[in-house]
Design a protein. Sequence first.
Length: 376
Amino acid sequence: MKNPELRTKNSKLKTTKVCFVTMKAYSLFNLEVKSVFGGAEVDFYNLATELAKDNNFEVSCIVADYGQPDSEVRHNVKLIKSLDFKKNIISQTLSLWQAMNKANASIYLQKTAAWGTLFVYMFCKLHKRKFIYRTAKKEESTGDWPKNILERKAFHFSIRRADAVLAQNVKDKENLNSKLGISAAAIPNGHKLSSSIQSDRDFILWVGRSTKVKRPELFIKLAESAPDKKFLMICQRGTGDNEYDILISNAKKVNNLEYIERVEFSEIDSYFQRAKVLVNTSDTEGFPNTFIQACKAGTPILSLNVNPDDFLNKYKCGLCANSDWITFNNMLEEIIGPSANEYSKNARLYAKQNHDIKQIIEQYKEIFNNLMDGDN
């Protein structure tokens, strides 16, 4: 690949306009808006705000309608209001395309498999813009998602024609190639790293949304099985979850478990800093941002199932029970025992070497610059 720094110095090219299509990310930019977001939105928020620090790029994000102005600038990122989730798909598509037209970007990035992937691709195809897709979960790379067959076919049609496909880990990259015939690049999620870590830790932590795949009820079960330990659960209602109140009710019956429905993104790192261990009970994920948030805080990870690229074992920053509940319970004792300090140091080192947003964004810049150089 060509050196993007040389490209910038030696040419008189215009500023490259990059647009992130990330509907639920608005509350990350505006903390006054209390809405649900996930790891995909955190990933794009981190990338957009870091990229916006470079004057060679003009950055925008297309977000959903939360009653905000049609256009505004926050953290040097232009936020463009688009679709209303309450309206039908035709209205949503028109709103999305109007917003993409307003962004007038050279490169559009989208994440999470849905009908929106097709609509973003079609806009880019018709207007001769570059389209980049970034995977959000493992099943996207194996061809098993979305569940709806028509939606899945539309998704595969779109990403096979993308100008670039980016995976969160090496295994997903390999699956994209072997299962779908797609050549992808593996780029880890990037985060801003804190300058120090806290030594005083007093609870076992779970952070996420109340979606079925994350299995939050298993953390409650774990807390019940260890009444001598303190547990803290931060769990906001997942989109479409009609059983959220039942989850809260069950959690409040456990005396050694504190339940918090929502913590602002700007404050969440303090909870990771105080945690003895982060627990993950999900059936499957791509690469959870909570793993990176834990590692950068020097917090070991205990996972029931999820271990992308076997990194917990490879870097010795946590343990995975490979779906075995008894092993999972035994591992909790091990990870907060005498070896806790070693796991903590390894976790911090892993985050520094693999997820520093300042290093990650340079990989994106190289991809952006090479896509634009291809048109010259």
